[in-house]
Design a protein around this ligand. Structure first.
Ligand code: GLU
Length: 295
């Protein structure tokens, strides 16, 4: 028996939904519905200082205007801290996690640069420096390659210890890190396929590593090209991306962006018909090997 498809969209409510996040929402939804799957929504509102009041509701409303709704109640990461605490405890019990006293400055000053900032060189791996206090929790990594086959980006192999180092799972400000929360929640929601932006492709081996340590199943991954502006920067709040306009034309542009070749007459066919066409005709393979497109 094959496991029933369960997919999700997991926005961080740091502002209104912009075109780039709408692309990920629509693609994950189309992929789920084309495969007769369940589609879920999860608010990644863990980073309280970055969360914008009202943004979560605004995102839900915007998606609903496009006819996109979660098949089960929406999960909020801010309410799931006890599950992350249990996972951290398990990692501590198996000596896979350790406290770290290094400041951001000290880590930055280390010479090696990895795929996302400095590689942590393991200063606190064998115990905290004398006179110092643990601030964050890190998970131990190893240098065996972690491999997976992405449905669009092909084979990915990463030696975590060399290119990332032991990474933070609970931050010095006491907030759980995205990498741990996403793994716990994907497992909790029984996610079988993750469809999201290619900016997270290089995070996936960290998530596979945590899944393996915690004995959790790994979903299949599909990393979509991300939307960039004329300067090649990812559309985001930082690059002042505008909120997505709730109109059928926006949905048409999303389908064009996703290289779905929507026929011209769909422009004026109404949101419902457009979505039905897109589910029926979903061809993600048209995005194979594409990491970004200008929007
Ligand atoms: N919350 C993340 C973001 O908005 C996405 C996480 C994920 O899909 O794994 O970029």
């Amino acid at each position: 028996m094959t496991t029933a498809y369960r997919g999700r969209f997991a926005p961080s409510p740091t502002g209104p939904l912009h075109f780039g996040s709408l692309v990920a929402a629509v693609a994950s939804y189309l992929d789920a519905k084309h495969n007769d799957g369940i589609w879920l929504l999860r608010m990644e509102d863990l980073d309280v200082p970055r969360t914008m009041p009202g943004a979560a509701d605004d995102i839900l409303e915007t998606l609903a205007a496009f006819g996109i709704m979660s098949d089960e109640p929406v999960i909020y990461q801010s309410q799931r801290t006890s599950d992350y605490e249990i996972a951290l405890q398990r990692l501590q019990d198996m000596n896979a996690a350790y406290p770290c006293c290094c400041t951001r400055r000290e880590v930055l000053d280390s010479a090696l640069h990895g795929i996302e900032g400095p590689v942590y060189l393991g200063t606190c791996r064998n115990g905290i420096l004398h006179d110092r206090e643990g601030r964050a929790w890190r998970v131990r990594t190893h240098d065996e390659p972690i491999d997976f086959d992405d449905m669009l980006q092909g084979h990915v192999s990463q030696r975590l210890e060399s290119v990332v180092g032991d990474f933070v799972i609970k931050r010095a400000d006491n907030l759980f890190a995205y990498q741990l929360a996403v793994v716990i929640d994907d497992a909790e929601q029984g996610i079988t396929r993750v469809v999201r932006g290619a900016d997270l492709l290089q995070s996936t081996p960290r998530q596979l590593h945590l899944q393996r340590l915690l004995g959790l199943p790994s979903p299949v991954y599909m990393h979509l090209p991300i939307a960039v502006n004329a300067q090649g920067e990812k559309l985001s709040k930082q690059t002042l991306a505008r909120p997505a306009e709730k109109s059928p034309l926006t949905m048409f542009k999303v389908l064009l962006f996703l290289r779905q070749q929507p026929p011209d007459h769909l422009r004026s066919a109404g949101m419902e018909n457009m979505l039905a066409w897109a589910i029926e005709n979903w061809r993600p393979e048209r995005l194979s090997g594409c990491m970004q497109f200008q929007s």
